[in-house]
Design a protein around this ligand. Structure first.
Ligand code: NFS
Ligand code: SF4
Length: 644
């Protein structure tokens, strides 16, 4: 297979050429070695939950294959159980991230994490108020303590109490619907543990009961996402508009290149500070341009949003960054790290540094990162990078491709821009544009890259089609990285790709704000998908509509991780039509597939749209938006008639 068949990004293409010349493996070549992949696994009908397995059922083989597993489980039970476990995996990841931030916040309050401080007091107070915590006449530290404790209490369901964070992020109407469906989580950790329990051999075999359990787990994932975003904003500041760059070309030959990769801002924020402190040391080591920090995956997005750090790569190009020979150290925390990084780094001088107890890579250097000694640990990491720089030997091949981008679209920032147009009634700027048709709807681009799709292609094709049709696009995670590196997050892209209405809308905001806004709005990392929900919730509250009625859709064009499945599941549960561009392992059960793609809509308003063809996917998303607009119009007409 040629490089053009795997990637559309010329920087990745160039690096794959080098990989081939040098005989390096990559996820792309390993994927080819892995095909054809197992059809049972792909359909979700393989079970390894107990030691009698693996069991494989084959419902589609005209009734000739095994219909029942050894214990008697049928396709629907096996598929639903596997799905619930996947969602639980995602929820454990997102909420683990949130719990770490919550714990540090508590340590800040008790003076045990001296290297951290509260950067956004206004957000602290807003969140406290939303959680029902008294702020009047209280010291900041007392509020910090109570917010942190409230956050931590969300992990364990005391006396049947529901998680409080969820309520702060969604409209009341949606909360009530979820409550009626009995899917409000009581304790994030409890729900994840229950998922493991109910999916064990011989527990829950009712597919519908399993699916509702999965949705509750997905909502615990959402709770973790929202908490992760809010608490990170409190500790590190709420993002504001910021300019930066993306793609492998951000690496600098004459600098110590320290790449941060993973998800946890608690580490990477400190690394950025340490790099500033140790700039002279890097120069003394011969790095003319000092230290260049760049990011991969969501840690990159977190730092981009708050510090303007540039993005070196998204998920499937992480290995390629090392092959440039320019990366002196890659410091990783948790999630989306390919174990292959260490193997490739052995051909170069690159140090792979792991930092978290639960996330080590065989052969990599481990520098344990502790909240109490965060600053000093970050110094050690940066010094290790400087030492590695001194050992640079192989030739450096940095592809000469990068794109400018603008990021920083927190809900707070978006509202601040809207206030420039209408100070008294900022949200009306969006609802008016929706009502006039200037913008047809809003689409959230989320999720990863996946070797099963040509890298970045689905993201790009769908986004271009949607903006041409006046859909306002916001993006997070590797999807955002992808759209950023292909030039969709610059103001010039508005003129080039947007439909007339969207052009008018963004132009109006740019004029009022006195800053040229980009075409697609970068909202942050994957936990920051909660920002998109909060934006939709603000619009829902303002209009008195529910999330399930708004012309808002979501798409994960190249989903890969368990987290993406979890996010997709809560997006559906919150009422969003949600496209996935990779076929998830549910097709082995017509029942589960039908619930996900069809019946879910009757209950929650949202449903999955599985479509691997990007043009067709864009069309389906636009149809969905149009359908919702039509229903809103009908509702308004009916109301008019009744009220005379
Ligand atoms: Ni989201 Fe982010 Fe990327 Fe996918 Fe991984 S980095 S948390 S999971 S691959 S978007
Ligand atoms: Fe097979 Fe049932 Fe055991 Fe799964 S739980 S491996 S289906 S016997």
């Amino acid at each position: 297979m040629s490089f053009e068949d795997r990637v559309i990004d010329p920087a990745s293409e160039e690096m794959l050429q080098i990989a081939e010349e040098k005989g390096h493996e990559s996820c792309f070549s390993r994927y080819e070695d892995m095909t054809p992949q197992c059809g049972f696994g792909a359909a979700g009908v393989c079970c390894t939950i107990c030691l009698q397995g693996p069991c494989r059922v084959n419902p589609s083989d005209n009734g000739k294959g095994n219909q029942e597993a050894i214990c008697g489980a049928r396709d629907y039970t096996i598929v639903a159980r596997n799905l619930v476990r996947t969602i639980a995996g995602g929820a454990a990841n997102h909420s683990g991230h949130a719990r770490h931030v919550a714990e540090v916040l508590r340590e800040v309050a008790s003076g045990k994490a001296e290297d951290y401080e509260i950067k956004d007091e206004a957000k602290l107070k807003n969140m406290a108020t939303a959680l029902g915590i008294e702020i009047e006449g209280r010291e900041t530290n007392e509020i910090v303590k109570e917010v942190a404790e409230e956050a931590i209490s969300n992990f364990i369901g005391y006396h049947g109490e529901e998680v409080s964070w969820l309520k702060t992020a969604i409209p009341e109407s949606r909360y009530n619907l979820l409550n009626d469906c009995d899917v409000i989580p009581q304790g994030i950790n409890d729900v994840i543990a229950d998922s493991m329990h109910r999916t064990a051999m011989g527990v829950d075999s009712d597919p519908l009961n399993l699916i509702f359990g999965g949705l509750e787990t997905a909502l615990s994932d959402f709770t973790g996402c929202a908490m992760g975003t809010d608490l990170s904003d409190i500790l590190f500041g709420t993002p504001e508009l910021v300019e930066s760059e993306a793609n492998l070309g951000v690496l600098e030959e004459d600098a110590v290149n320290l790449v941060v990769h993973g998800h946890d801002p608690l580490l990477s924020e400190k690394v950025v500070e340490a790099a500033k402190r140790l700039e002279d040391e890097a120069k003394a080591a011969g790095a003319e341009k000092g230290i260049k920090i760049s990011g991969i995956c969501c840690t990159g997005n977190e730092l981009l949003m708050r510090q303007g750090v540039s993005l070196a790569a998204n998920y499937t190009s992480q290995e390629l960054a090392i092959m440039t020979g320019a990366v002196d150290a890659m410091v990783v925390d948790v999630q989306c790290l390919m174990p292959s990084l260490q193997e490739i780094s052995r051909c170069y001088h690159t140090e792979i540094i792991t930092t978290m107890e639960i996330s080590k890579i065989t052969g990599a250097k481990h520098i344990q990162f502790n909240d109490a000694t965060a600053g000093a640990d970050a110094d050690t990491i940066v010094k290790t990078a400087i030492e590695a720089f001194k050992k640079r030997n192989a030739e450096v091949n940095i592809p000469d491709y990068k794109s400018k981008l603008m990021a920083g679209f927190s809900v707070e920032q978006i509202v601040a821009v809207l206030e420039k147009v209408n100070a008294d009634d900022p949200l009306s700027v969006v609802t008016d544009a929706l009502a006039s048709g200037d913008i047809r709807g809003i689409a959230l681009f989320a999720g990863c890259n996946n070797v099963k799709t040509k890298q970045d292609q689905n993201h790009l094709k769908i986004a271009k089609e949607l903006v041409k049709n006046d859909v306002l696009c916001v993006a997070t995670g590797c999807a955002a990285n992808s759209l950023g590196k292909h030039g969709l997050m610059i103001p010039e892209a508005v003129e080039e790709y947007a439909g007339e209405g969207l052009k008018k809308f963004i132009g109006q905001l740019s004029d009022a704000a006195g800053v040229e806004l980009p075409l697609v709005w970068h909202m942050g990392s994957c936990v920051d998908n909660s920002r998109a929900v909060k934006l939709a919730t603000a619009l829902a509250d303002y209009t008195g509509l529910d999330l399930g009625e708004l012309p808002v859709v979501a798409t994960a064009p190249e989903a890969m991780h368990e987290k993406a499945v979890s996010i997709g599941s809560w997006a559906v549960t919150l009422g969003l039509p949600t496209h996935v561009g990779v076929v998830p392992p549910v097709t082995g059960s017509t029942l589960v597939t039908d619930v996900a793609t069809n019946i879910a809509e009757d209950v929650f308003g949202g449903h999955f749209i599985v479509e691997t063809d990007p043009e067709a996917a864009a069309e389906k998303l636009i149809d969905k938006i149009d359908q919702r607009n039509w229903m809103l119009e009908m509702k308004a007409k009916a109301k008019e008639k009744v009220e005379g």
